[in-house]
Design a protein around this ligand. Structure first.
Ligand code: UTP
Length: 486
């Protein structure tokens, strides 16, 4: 794009101020600004402006979240006994046929964690320091070993972390996955708008842009060809999960089978909330339809509501993962999602070109939420999962949902797996009695990806030698110890 084209485009969009510093920019600055302008989807900006102006006219300025309206808790299925066995068998059949994919959303900015780099590169292994991406990818590799067919991985990035994410996978040799089974695609970036609908210049040569929310995944899947790739591979079901939770059983056979047997467009994995104060998206029935309501729109009173027996009325949260049928993703990619706005502090260039960080919200940021797609689903189900086994995300730098709390949850889970196996239990007791205390445990999913698999590895093992690597009191069981551990 050249200057004339940019002037024309921006003029028609009422955004000519974006070139306010043009005369002062050097060649690199000009090239950067033109590249940004050429990538902005001005039709989308017009929609954002419309959303903003209509929200402001309703709220008189604050852009407050809409009230959530009448609702009741959504029913949540708990699988056990023959029902679980049936679901498991159905899911295994689909995995063996190679009809299941994994969709990882990793385009967020991770502002609360404050890590310098893509969140997926964050080191989370308690002993090895392996990354979040490592644990996600190795679970898929373990599924491939078990079922003989790959579970292709689709990774959504954003402009801010795309190159670094791809390089990281390349440097780590795709963690053992085949490169052709990993598909990266970028979500869109959206500008923030001032109350009168103007884009914000963050620096003289930069428009302030941020990812269009995790709901951006639907249009990005379509735009990038990832959805077409899923269809070409004949996938029926996609396991959608977030980069910051290293715990889930990715594409678990019982969850996949449940989703298919129920004929669902979407299945939400549900976790018990720790208490009334825990903030997460919650599955509800509204007007007879299943929806997820974000805590910001939920209301304090409802979060604390209790049943007559004292239990929480909204007992379950459904922050992610979800299972989606591929035809549903196709319908939704074409349908579009509603736009949410939030009043935020957005850095801007003042008249002299200096970047100012405002003390109070000065502009509106826009996002799409993936669960808004549920409004169009013909059948949505919620499935209870064991929180201790599957949910502990890294959100904050310290305290709750921080790296330390996640490491503890991971290690506790892996210790439970070893504890359920008499051979390991005995081995750990012996180490402890010799003074080699096992403080933490880490298990590479390619050593074992479940308690049952630990047992299987033990029973099918050969000679009686050990074991894993000791890294600062952490027993790390990696793939190379498989098959020779007892
Ligand atoms: P969060 O809502 O926790 O946001 O994302 P975040 O960007 O990671 O962190 P904060 O809020 O800035 O601290 C939940 C999941 O959705 C993805 C994130 O990468 C994470 O896996 N996400 C979020 C996207 O892929 N794109 C987005 O625009 C937003």
């Amino acid at each position: 794009m050249n200057l004339e084209e940019a002037l024309d485009l921006l003029g028609k969009a009422g955004q000519s101020h974006v070139l306010a510093f043009w005369d002062r920019l050097d060649d690199a600055g000009r090239a950067h600004l033109l590249a940004q302008v050429s990538e902005i989807d001005f039709a989308a900006v017009e929609r954002l402006r419309g959303t903003l102006l209509s929200a402001l006219s309703k709220t008189g300025g604050a852009g407050a979240p809409p009230a959530a309206g009448d609702m009741e808790p959504a029913p949540v299925a708990e699988l056990s006994g023959p029902a679980r066995a049936e679901a498991f068998a159905r899911g295994e059949e689909e995995l063996r046929a190679g009809r299941v994919g994994a969709l990882l959303v990793a385009g967020g900015q991770g502002t609360r964690l404050g890590f310098d780099g893509p969140k997926g590169c964050f080191p989370i292994g308690p002993g090895s320091g392996e990354s979040l991406f490592f644990f996600h990818a190795r679970k898929l590799l373990a599924k491939k070993r078990r079922y003989g067919r790959p579970v292709p991985l689709y990774v959504m990035t954003s402009a801010a972390n795309d190159a670094e994410t791809r390089n990281f996978f390349r440097r780590k040799r795709f963690f053992g996955l085949d490169e052709e089974d990993v598909f990266f695609f970028r979500q869109a970036m959206w500008p923030a708008l001032s109350p009168d609908g103007k884009m914000i210049l963050e620096k003289p040569d930069s428009v302030f842009l941020s990812p269009d929310g995790h709901g951006g995944v639907l249009s990005a899947l379509e735009r990038s060809g990832a959805l077409a790739d899923m269809e070409a591979r004949g996938l029926s079901t996609v396991f959608h999960f977030q980069v910051d939770n290293p715990m889930p059983d990715v594409a678990a056979a019982d969850a996949v089978g449940f989703h298919l047997l129920e004929g669902a467009d979407a299945t939400l994995e549900a976790f018990e909330r720790t208490g009334p104060g825990e903030k997460m998206g919650m599955p509800v029935l509204r007007g007879g339809r299943t929806a997820i309501v974000e805590y910001t729109e939920f209301g304090e009173d409802r979060m604390h509501e209790r049943e007559p027996d004292g239990s929480l009325r909204y007992r379950w949260g459904a922050p992610s993962p979800f299972l989606f049928s591929v035809p549903f993703l196709r319908r939704e990619a074409e349908a579009g999602l509603p736009i949410h706005l939030a009043h935020k502090k957005v850095p801007f260039a003042d008249a002299s070109g200096e970047t100012v960080k405002p003390d109070a919200p000065n502009a509106y940021k826009f996002e799409k939420f993936v669960f808004d797609a549920l409004a169009d689903a013909r059948c949505v189900r919620c499935l209870a999962r064991d929180r201790r086994e599957e949910y502990s995300p890294v959100k904050n730098a310290e305290g709750d949902k921080s790296p330390r709390s996640v490491e503890l949850d991971l290690s506790a889970k892996w210790e439970r797996w070893l504890d359920q196996d008499p051979w390991w239990k005995d081995w750990i007791d012996r180490q402890n009695s010799f003074g080699f205390f096992v403080n933490d445990v880490e298990i590479d999913p390619m050593f074992a990806d479940s308690a049952e698999e630990v047992r299987h590895v033990t029973l099918s093992g050969s000679a009686g030698f050990v074991l894993g690597e000791w890294q600062g009191g952490t027993l790390v069981l990696t793939e190379r110890f498989r098959g020779g551990c007892v």
